[in-house]
Design a protein around this ligand. Structure first.
Ligand code: SF4
Length: 478
């Protein structure tokens, strides 16, 4: 499979036909996918629902007043001795990072996991000027060696088998093959330890930035974020401009909400809070701290009142685990940094690319993502809004209107669901038309242009006795 494909249709077809991806996705459903449910079930429902509501209210308030909180954050980071940079787009953000690296004669960078840095493709930019940049999150490190993008927001290499990891370590690190997870982790630890000790600059993402104190918070399970922020002489934190919380006490709430939704933990193994560079009384920490606040299309989302809620996202990945589409096609099919239901919204909005126009349709609209989301983002509503824009030839469509037969089908559907008689008639006619193509109540192959429906699954023949008739009869029989 071409893991860097930008096209959802070909990417998803390839993923469906890849047995290893399918096996990994089945494990994800039963593993990571169950964790958040179990963690939230341990709280009585009103407590968890109250946490979700408070988290949602705080994010909605913050995003509605983003200019105020960004200024406050910037002032407080500078008061603590840090430097703040605002970047309008990925290029500006990369240039800021490269400029700092050049001024400090940086040769080796260690990096924590950061989705914004994926947006900037910062590793490629650093390497283009001769600076080695090493991912230190184990999953990201494996993918860097394999030259692949992340497959999942919080578990980037979840689709890789032990054998594949062993093979890439043998090839790139010249170690002996091993089937033991402990041995593979030890290999990565030993290699990365050297990099941590010799790095000139650390780059991390930001899980939350607290405006009140100018503090950035990172949650990790490997402790690598802590090493990136404290060992090198320069620390650069990259954040999307929406990653902001007003007060320190809000952080306490989100430190409970994020890990429960992401991995099913009550709290992450490591929580690192950084307020400015090292002070004279500190035992460790960087001499310089830079916070790069990245827009890269977010202002456009902010300006759209119906889509603004997407900026409430705390990148927990719960909607990916709940989504039946992600559960079948995985992360690479989405073609950019963000995948799953939230990717289907932010990718078309942030990139505006023609290829991304398929993403809002990659949903059954079942609402599982909304139920799973710890900040209660109404993802299905936003998907519908994007669909509307695309089918009506809006800016995203770029002349990509629905084909005539699809438009005609939808028109027919709209007419038929308006009244129960017409609906009943349409149901019967549909059954009659499909009967010759069916076997055992299933249509295996629909003719073009509907053949896409049956390429990977059967189409059920409309029932001879529709549900409504059975329901009415059942009521009469009672
Ligand atoms: S949309 Fe909600 S569930 Fe999905 S990643 Fe963002 S916060 Fe998590």
């Amino acid at each position: 499979m071409d893991v860097k494909t930008k096209d959802f249709v070909s990417g998803s077809k390839a993923a469906i036909l890849d047995p290893q991806i399918q096996e990994a996705l089945a494990k994800l459903r039963n593993g990571l996918g169950r964790g958040p449910r179990l963690a939230s079930e341990e709280l009585t429902p009103p407590v968890w629902q109250d946490m979700r509501q408070r988290a949602s209210d705080i994010k909605t308030h913050t995003i509605a007043n983003l200019d105020y909180y960004l200024e406050k954050l910037s002032d407080n980071v500078e008061k603590a001795g840090g430097h703040v940079h605002f970047a309008r787009d990925a290029k500006e953000a990369s240039d800021i990072v490269l400029d700092i690296a050049r001024k400090r004669d940086v040769e080796l960078v260690i990096k924590g996991k950061s989705m914004v840095s994926e947006e900037l493709e910062i590793n490629d930019h650093l390497e283009s000027i001769g600076i080695e940049s090493v991912e230190t999150d184990l999953g990201e490190y494996i993918l860097q060696l394999m030259n692949e993008p992340p497959f999942h927001i919080i578990a980037p290499a979840i689709h890789k088998s032990r054998r594949q990891v062993s093979e890439i370590f043998t090839e790139k690190l010249k170690t002996l093959p091993s089937d033991e997870v402990e041995q593979l982790c030890e290999t990565a630890r030993e290699t990365l330890r050297e990099k941590f000790l010799n790095a000139d600059m650390g780059i991390t993402g930001v899980n939350f930035a607290v405006a009140e104190t100018g503090t950035i918070a990172l949650v990790t399970n490997e402790g690598n974020g802590r090493m990136c922020t404290s060992l090198p002489k320069v620390h650069i934190a990259l954040m999307g401009m929406e990653k902001i919380l007003p007060r320190l006490e809000d952080l306490a709430l989100f430190l409970g909400v994020l890990p429960r939704s992401a991995t099913g933990q009550r709290i992450s193994s490591y929580v690192t809070c950084v307020t400015g560079p090292r002070r004279s009384t500190d035992e460790d920490g960087p001499e310089e701290f830079h916070l790069v606040i990245v827009d890269n299309g977010r202002s456009k989302i902010l300006a759209d009142e119906q889509m603004r809620e997407a900026l409430n996202c705390i990148r927990c990945g719960a909607c990916l685990n709940a989504c039946p589409i992600y559960g079948k096609v995985g992360g690479h099919a989405y073609g950019w940094v963000y995948s799953g239901p939230i990717g289907a919204i932010v990718t078309p909005m942030l990139t505006g690319t023609v290829e991304a126009k398929h993403l809002p349709f990659a949903s059954t609209l079942c609402g599982a993502c909304k139920d799973a989301c710890p900040v209660k983002i109404d993802i299905p509503h936003m998907l519908l809004r994007l669909r509307q824009e695309i089918t009506q030839g809006g800016t995203l469509a770029k002349n990509g209107k629905a084909p005539w037969y699809e438009a005609a089908l939808m028109k027919g559907w709209r007419q038929s669901v308006r009244g129960s008689r017409v609906f009943s008639l349409a149901n019967r006619l549909g059954r009659l038309a499909l009967l010759p193509l069916s076997r055992n109540g299933k249509v295996r192959r629909l003719p073009p242009p509907l053949s896409g429906w049956t390429r990977f699954r059967d189409f059920p023949l409309p029932s001879a006795k529709p549900f409504r008739e059975r329901w009415r009869k059942g009521l009469k029989d009672e």
